[in-house]
Write a protein that binds this ligand. Structure first.
Ligand code: PBG
Length: 326
């Protein structure tokens, strides 16, 4: 009989032993919960392509944030769906815009008991549905970063903690940092969607946020999913421009980039597990083909293992629940 010289199974002999040697941990404090607030809504609406996700009227936002906070999730990411769209994306930076109202309401109710992160983008707010300002048949980078800066400042005035630009315009972090500092908001942080890829994983979100582009696609601004070095250049550029937290998006098909970012840079790394990742799990679980809870845990632990410090996920509430049970 031959004997193995190394016995790795020795450390797997009991649940307590496995607990002792567990390398990666996941806590509700690692999670960020997306919240959709829609202007002029009378009651919650379900998002068809994202089971159990709802768009909320302003009046329901505090309830929702209360639920999230009671689950020990420290942060929300707020997305607004306005009634009015125009070419300049005006409703994105108005003082009484839907996101601004949401932020100030949450802030006055919860004080510093929750970290408020707000999406800074134009696609929900412009007629064309692009993440920047359209000029002719192009997305104009430099006009766009002016508007993105206005959005960030308006959110800061409403009381946001972290602004999260997702437009993938060049120089957006530098422009926003300068605008915030000029207005005295030196303590408002920036979590940039640094390497946001051109991805088919976003389509359920576009149903929810009503932000699909009316012409063309987002290929002239989002990172091609074939390019890892280019993604690292995006991250490096954001760091150079003064970002506080970088983000890799989507997460599950991009674990290599999360790991690479963790290895190369010393900034906090967020991963955004996007709507399509959620929809895949929900769809298969509904058929009974996979176990939703087990697979969610495996996915979130894997994103953490790859190197993410925090995860934006539509599973935030359900994961926080099962993490607290175990
Ligand atoms: C818009 C935005 C998108 C997402 C977040 N912000 C969609 C897009 O770029 O088309 C996707 C999020 C998700 O799919 O969960 N700037």
């Amino acid at each position: 009989m031959t004997f193995p010289t190394r016995r790795l199974r020795r450390l797997r002999t009991s649940a307590k032993m496995r607990e002792l040697i567990q390398e990666t941990t996941l806590n509700p404090s690692n999670l960020i919960c997306p919240v959709f607030v829609q202007e002029e809504l009378k009651a919650r609406i379900k998002v068809e392509s994202m089971p159990e996700i709802e768009k909320l009227p302003l009046d329901d936002v505090n309830d929702e944030v209360g639920t999230i906070s009671d689950l020990n999730i420290p942060a929300i990411m707020l997305f607004g769906i306005p009634t009015k769209k125009d070419d300049a994306g005006t409703s994105a930076f108005e003082e009484n815009g839907i996101v601004q109202k949401g932020i100030s309401q949450i802030r006055s109710n919860f004080g510093d008991k929750i970290v408020i992160i707000a999406d800074v983008c134009l696609c929900q707010y412009t007629t064309a549905g692009h993440c920047g300002i359209v000029h002719g048949d192009k997305i104009d980078n430099d006009l766009s970063i002016d508007t993105l800066s206005k959005i960030a400042v308006s959110q800061a005035k409403a009381g946001v903690d972290i602004v999260s630009p997702s437009a993938m315009m060049d120089g957006q972090v530098a422009a926003i940092r300068k605008a915030l500092d000029d207005e005295g908001f030196t303590n408002v942080s920036i979590m940039s969607h640094s390497a946001k890829h051109y991805s088919s994983f976003y389509s359920p979100f576009r149903d929810a946020a009503e932000c699909a582009p009316k012409f063309g696609d987002r290929k002239t601004y989002q990172v091609p999913f074939t390019n890892a070095r280019e993604a690292m250049r995006e991250v490096e550029t954001d760091i150079h421009e003064g970002v506080d937290i970088v983000m890799i998006k989507p997460a599950l098909a991009y674990l290599d980039l999360i790991a690479e970012t963790r290895r190369r840079f010393n900034v906090p790394v967020a991963a955004y597990s996007v709507s399509g990742e959620y929809a895949l799990v929900k769809g298969a679980a509904k058929q009974g083909w996979i176990n939703e809870k087990d697979i969610t845990a495996e996915i979130l632990y894997s994103i953490k293992r790859a190197g993410a410090d925090m995860i934006v996920t539509y599973f935030a509430k359900s994961a926080a629940e099962f993490l607290q049970e175990s």
